[in-house]
Design a protein around this ligand. Structure first.
Ligand code: SF4
Length: 103
């Protein structure tokens, strides 16, 4: 049986591009509790050296990125050539993400 410290660490160590709901399912917490741990609203003093993700990172999707192109419901791509672009989860961890209309 895992301690609550282990659960918090598992949440914090999950890949940034992973959806919160999927992490929640893996660790056995609610999505909301998992979200709060991820962005540092809960357990912020536990493992303080482990980075939390920002609310901005949390809401990133390829669809909101300047480099995302779509010509139809089934045809979309990343102008920078990242093959994962059709997977909206990818944008959270993409270092090239640029908010559409920000430039
Ligand atoms: S640059 Fe990154 S975030 Fe933007 S569309 Fe390509 S893969 Fe998605």
């Amino acid at each position: 049986m895992r301690s609550s410290d282990d659960v918090v660490l598992a949440v914090l160590n999950a890949p940034v591009e992973m959806r919160t709901a999927d992490i929640a399912r893996q660790v056995g917490l609610s999505t909301e509790s998992t979200r709060k741990i991820r962005i540092g609203e809960s357990y912020v003093n536990l493992f303080p050296k482990v980075d939390r993700i920002t609310q901005e990172q949390m809401s990133r999707t390829c669809e909101s990125c300047e480099f995302f192109q779509r010509t139809s419901k089934r045809k979309s791509w990343c102008n920078l050539g990242y093959p994962e672009a059709c997977n909206s989860r990818f944008a959270r961890g993409c270092g090239a993400y640029t908010q559409r209309g920000a430039a």
